[in-house]
Every structure is written in structure tokens, then in C-alpha cells.
Design a protein around this ligand. Structure first.
Ligand SMILES: Cc1ncc(COP(=O)(O)O)c(C=O)c1O
Length: 442
């Protein structure tokens, strides 16, 4: 059944909307498990690209949706606001750092939220330029793709006001020296970029992912983000964190920058915020979001049903101690993955924080030649063995592990055994590479 359904889907659904790793089509889901149209169950380590943070089909969300829809199914908050959106904004202000006046903007996707940054930050500072990082993925709309530095956006030129600098990747240091990584990237920014094409007094903001996710689950050195904050403060540049994928508890703290005591000027949220419904947000200094009236608005922004789901999602994260779970079980997961690394030569690096984990596959550990096709094969084999996982990275060779934060140690033991089996099957050439090649991935 799923094959004929996918054939039909292929006839009518735009390819521009797809990244496919294997022929799955879903029917239902609960917790950490999804079920396909043939009734087969899978452990979901992707959580639908990190959207199912609290897991699938949470009863409390279901109840809230019904309650809200029956009370007030819709109002355009642009012109007739209601209290749920305001309570959600108050909650977001409460869980984000910053002892200064903050406000909240709402949208539907990480992309429209990063578009908010692309438009409003230069306007507020009255400076024209922005800086972002190579490998970053901020979205697919024109503003957010302009900020992005990922191959997925490289076919579009975007807006010319954004300068991209290398991300401090400890596994593949952009300037060659791992132990001088922070110094070298910061020096490049201050001595080269600021002195040539992007004067700091015309730079409005720097946007960064605290863990660069689609770029390959890259965790910067501990001193990098504090140093970046210092630079921003020195030149009066706004520091923006894109927390769309790793925010809201995934790294074992509310936000990735909380690991370093950083206070951003603006924080971008999306994906898991809506508990499965489309929802995004920017929490920022009041002056950024108040720079103009009606200049970044969408009719269904902050609609009451999505707002109710989002508020309940945050309450669930607190009530079920999901941040602690992400921290503890993330460490457990990474330890077991490092065990697998000792067994399988293909695993070049295991890294992450909490339940944002990357496993980079290389043909050889010395030269670190990316093993892209084999990464696709491992993901495919995991699917055949009953587990969903995707790959990311500018070289398409990093398995991304972003499961629901509700994942248990038993789930993790199962995941490790499926991964172990997949690596062994690949080593023994038991994976049908012709099937794998039918899926382009990205
Ligand atoms: C860090 C980050 N920002 C923004 C986006 C874009 O979000 P959306 O796909 O909801 O537009 C993504 C999507 O993967 C992301 O990972």
C-alpha cells in the first residue's frame, strides 16, 4: 500500500518540498514511535526534523487543541488579539535570559522567523550589513536563505548584504589548527572581514546556531560563543541565536547558549515550539521588534490554536523534566555511540550536547574523506531495521540524532543495536546500494 501511495504522492506533490531518504509514508505515531501505512513500527530518532520534541500524540496537547478550538477556533491576532498568545509570549520572556525589556513576535516556520531577523535587525540598528556562518541553515524564504550558508540554499543568490564567515568546526578546523580555532575565527572576523568588506559600524547583527545542525551537528569550542558575544558588545552589533532546531531543552538546557551564560539580543524559535503545529517565534530586545508597526506580519501568526499548543508544550517540558532527560540520556547515548566508534572504522567523530547528536562518517580517519554514500546506506538500513534517522552536513556524511526528548534508555539501547547491525551489514556488503541510490537525500 505504501508504495502505491508514494507513487500517487509523487504525481502531485512538488519536488521542491522534498528530501527523501527511504520510501516511508506514515499513518500514525505515539511517543517515540511512528507507524507506517503498512502497520510497521519505527523508533524515530529524527522526530520529524526535531519537531516532535515532546514526542508524538501527547494527550495534553490533544486536549488543549480541542478546548481552544471549541472556545475560539481563530482570530487574526494582528487586529483582534486574545489572551493565549499573550500568555505564551509572557512564558517565552520568562524562560529566556536578558534583564532588559523584551517582546515576542510569532510566525509559522523557522524561515519566516529568520526573515524577521533579516528585515528588522538592520532597520533597528540603521546599519545595512549582517554576518552569518558558512554551513548555517536558517530557512528557505528569501530573507532567511540570504542569511544561510548551507548547500541547500546555494542555488539562490539572496540578498547581498550578508557576509558569511567560517563556523568553528573542531573536526575540520577551517584554518587548519584545532587548538587555535576560536582565536583564528575571531581574528578572521576582526582583522579581515571587519577591515575589508564589512565594517563593524555598518554591521547590524551576527546570527549563529549554537550548534550548527544541518551544517553537520557542529559543536563550537567552549570559548567561542562567549568571545563572539564580546566582539558584538564591543562594536554594538546585535547577537542573534537561531535556536529553531536545538532550542527548548534539546541540548540539556533551555537553549544552547545557556551552556555558556550568553544573553542574546534576539532568539529565534520554531520546530518543536508548536508541539507539532506550525509555530515560530522571535524573542528579542523590545527595540528590535518594535522598530516599525505592521512591517513583518502574517494573517495567521500566533493563532490561538497554535498558541495553546505551544504554551502547553512548554508546560510539558517543565512538568515532565524533559530538559533533564535530554541531558542525562544524551550523555548515555553519546557514550554508547563512542563505544560503536571503537568498533566501526567508518565512524570518524561522535559529538553533541544533550539529544542533539551527530555521527560523522569518513572513509578513513586520517584524511577524513567524507563517506556520503555510506551515510545514506546506514540511514537506509536503519529504516529497513525499524528505525528512522536522517543525515545532514555540508558533505552529506553526518547522521543526525534528534529524537523526542522523552526517549528512554531502553529506546537508546535499541537504537544502538540497530546502528551496530547497520554498520556490520554495510561492512559485509549486505545493503542494496541500488535501492539507496534511488533516494537523493540532500
Ligand atoms: C536552525 C534552523 N533554522 C531554521 C530552519 C528553518 O525552519 P523551517 O523549515 O521551519 O522554515 C531550520 C530547519 O531545518 C533549522 O534547522
Amino acid at each position: 500500500m505504501s508504495y502505491s501511495f508514494l507513487d500517487a504522492e509523487n504525481q502531485v506533490i512538488a519536488n521542491s518540498l522534498k528530501i527523501r531518504f527511504y520510501p516511508i509514508s506514515l499513518k500514525s505515531a505515539k511517543g517515540t514511535r511512528v507507524t507506517d501505512q503498512n502497520g510497521r513500527n519505527y523508533l524515530d530518532l529524527a522526530a520529524g526534523w526535531a519537531v516532535a520534541g515532546i514526542g508524538y500524540g501527547h494527550q495534553r496537547i490533544s486536549n488543549k487543541l480541542k478546548e481552544q478550538y471549541e472556545a475560539l477556533s481563530f482570530t487574526s491576532q494582528l487586529s483582534a488579539p486574545e489572551p493565549t498568545m499573550v500568555s505564551l509570549a509572557e512564558k517565552l520572556i520568562d524562560i529566556t535570559p536578558g534583564d532588559f525589556p523584551k517582546k515576542v513576535w510569532f510566525g509559522h516556520s523557522g524561515s519566516d522567523a529568520n526573515d524577521c531577523i533579516a528585515k528588522l535587525v538592520p532597520l533597528e540598528k540603521n546599519r545595512s550589513r549582517m554576518i552569518s556562518f558558512m554551513g548555517s541553515y536558517h530557512g528557505q524564504t528569501m530573507g532567511s536563505l540570504s542569511l544561510s550558508g548551507h548547500p541547500a540554499q546555494s542555488r539562490f543568490i539572496g540578498s547581498g548584504n550578508v557576509v558569511k564567515i567560517p563556523y568553528p568546526n573542531p573536526y575540520r578546523p577551517p584554518f587548519g589548527e584545532k587548538n587555535r580555532l576560536t582565536d583564528q575565527v575571531i581574528q578572521y572576523l576582526e582583522q579581515e572581514v571587519f577591515k575589508t568588506i564589512c565594517p563593524p559600524d555598518d554591521t547590524a547583527g551576527i546570527i549563529i546556531e549554537g550548534i550548527q545542525s544541518d551544517g553537520g551537528l557542529l559543536v563550537p569550542p567552549d570559548d567561542f560563543l562567549p568571545r563572539l558575544q564580546e566582539v558584538c558588545q564591543r562594536y554594538g552589533i546585535s547577537l542573534i541565536f537561531d535556536e529553531v532546531k536545538v532550542g527548548l531543552g534539546r541540548t540539556g538546557k533551555w537553549f544552547s547558549f545557556d551552556h555558556y551564560g550568553i544573553v542574546p539580543d534576539a532568539i529565534v524559535l520554531g520546530k518543536s515550539l508548536g508541539g507539532g503545529l506550525p509555530m515560530s517565534s522571535v524573542v528579542a530586545r523590545k527595540e528590535i521588534l518594535d522598530v516599525g508597526t505592521g512591517i513583518h506580519m502574517f494573517t495567521t501568526s500566533g493563532n490561538p490554536v497554535s498558541s495553546a499548543a505551544s504554551l502547553e508544550t512548554i508546560n510539558i517540558i517543565e512538568d515532565e523534566s524533559l530538559i533533564e532527560n535530554a541531558r542525562e540520556n544524551g550523555e548515555y547515548f553519546i557514550t554508547l555511540l563512542r563505544g560503536l566508534q571503537e568498533k566501526h572504522e567508518l565512524i570518524g567523530d561522535v559529538r553533541g550536547k544533550g539529544l542533539a547528536i551527530g555521527v560523522e562518517l569518513v572513509e578513513d580517519r586520517l584524511l577524513k574523506t567524507p563517506a556520503a554514500e555510506k551515510t545514506a546506506a546506514i540511514c537506509y538500513r536503519c529504516y529497513e531495521l525499524g528505525m528512522l534517522v536522517f543525515y545532514v552536513g555540508i558533505h552529506s556524511n553526518v547522521i543526525e540524532i534528534t529524537p523526542p526528548l522523552t526517549i528512554t534508555k531502553d529506546d537508546i539501547d535499541l537504537a544502538i543495536s540497530i546502528l551496530d547491525q547497520s554498520f556490520s551489514d554495510l561492512e559485509q556488503k549486505k545493503i542494496n546500494m541500488d535501492l539507496v541510490k534511488q533516494y537523493a537525500g540532500w
